[in-house]
Design a protein around this ligand. Structure first.
Ligand SMILES: NC(=O)c1ccc[n+]([C@@H]2O[C@H](COP(=O)([O-])OP(=O)(O)OC[C@H]3O[C@@H](n4cnc5c(N)ncnc54)[C@H](O)[C@@H]3O)[C@@H](O)[C@H]2O)c1
Length: 339
């Protein structure tokens, strides 16, 4: 069977992971490179000499036979990329967030549906071993269903570092669109629940390097009555990062204290936490690899599309609800509660 042919669109920070994962996959080839920055395009083209390079997906798709467009571009302004992929019949794997507004993301999802093009979103955190193990702790014979939780993510994100993207420095709500989107998606995924209502505040501390609000505080109600208190910041004032997600369940608690691991649980009367063993993995790479495997499985064998765009809209609705709530709308209702 011939390899699946990928066109990589956007050759910035995130593309490095995808390039490595694609190059190491025996069933995938990079046949096209799209980048608006000529220097970056030239650098990548020198490293992948067989690939067709150009400044737009429309142009490159016209010069090379391909199967997939992998979008590693900033989330704003992807209309042309989505239209070009649909016109060329390329399946789409788009980095999160699918867009920088809910309306644009909805437009992308419906454009791909009309064209009959699968559209998946790069929600790699779903594929971490710690995420899978946490989800399993909520089984009825273990901790039982979650009822409430506290999710804190406190990070000094130096957005000036050369290895990091620069566009979030000017986004109106960089934390929400770029980072909380992962957290909201994880909550929906591990709790197997949809948001019912959100009340949020956002702000920027005096030392923040971001133009838009780097801090988010939210109270979120999910289906099943699960209540989550969320605090996220990219302007936490210590370079050492803190991640702490504690979930209270019928029989005890689950705690995840690192982004890529450190999972433990306790039943109510346990004197100490019990660590959950996790397999060794290479953060960012193994999770992208597992997501790619599911994406390839869908294209090759018709297995379910991972992280479909229409599902991602439910996480983006949470982001948008936070913006609306923080702008004065109070508690924003999403899904109606069950029953
Ligand atoms: N899943 C994750 O864990 C993760 C991690 C980092 C970034 N991301 C996401 O990946 C995406 C890209 O982020 P990044 O950090 O690589 O950003 P970046 O700014 O480093 O790279 C984006 C690249 O796209 C290029 N570009 C912009 N518009 C283009 C267009 N129309 N056509 C072709 N190229 C264009 C830019 O010149 C730049 O080289 C974002 O959506 C971001 O949220 C995801």
């Amino acid at each position: 069977m011939r390899a699946l042919r990928f066109v990589l669109v956007g050759i910035g920070a995130r593309s490095r992971v995808w390039r490595r994962v694609l190059e190491e996959h025996p069933g995938c080839d990079v046949v096209g490179l799209v980048e608006t920055d000529p220097g970056r395009l030239a650098g990548a083209s020198a490293e992948i000499p067989g690939a067709v390079g150009g400044p737009s997906l429309e142009e490159v798709a016209g010069r090379v036979d391909a199967d997939v467009a992998l979008l590693c571009t900033p989330p704003g302004g992807r209309h042309g990329q989505i239209a070009a992929a649909c016109a060329a019949g390329l399946a789409i794997l788009a980095e999160k967030p699918l867009a920088d507004s809910l309306a644009d993301a909805e437009a992308h999802v419906s454009a791909s549906a009309v064209a009959g093009i699968p559209l998946a979103v790069g929600l790699n955190f779903r594929y971490l071993a710690v995420t899978r193990a946490l989800k399993m702790l909520f089984a009825p014979d273990r901790l039982g269903p979650p009822e409430f939780g506290r999710f804190t993510y406190e990070r000094w994100r130096d957005g000036q570092l050369p290895r990091l993207n620069k566009y979030p420095l000017a986004m109106p709500y960089p934390m929400l669109w770029e980072q909380s989107i992962h957290h909201f998606d994880l909550m929906r995924f591990v709790y197997d629940a949809e948001p019912v209502g959100i009340s949020a505040r956002t702000f920027n501390p005096s030392w923040s390097m971001y133009d838009g609000h780097a801090n988010v505080a939210a109270l979120i109600t999910f289906t099943g009555g699960i209540e989550v208190t969320y605090q996220g910041t990219w302007a936490g004032n210590w370079r050492t990062m803190s991640f702490d997600w504690r979930t209270e369940c019928r029989h005890g608690i689950a705690v995840q204290r690192e982004m890529f691991g450190d999972l433990a649980y306790a039943r109510r009367d346990d004197p100490a936490l019990t660590p959950v063993p996790l397999p060794e993995e290479e953060p960012w790479v193994d999770d992208a690899r597992a997501l790619l495997e599911d994406f390839v499985g869908h294209l090759r064998h018709g297995t379910p599309l991972p992280c479909p765009g229409f599902d991602h809209l439910n996480s983006l609705r949470m982001v948008e609800a936070c913006v609306r709530s923080a702008s004065g709308e109070g508690t924003v209702t999403l899904h109606e509660p069950e029953g």
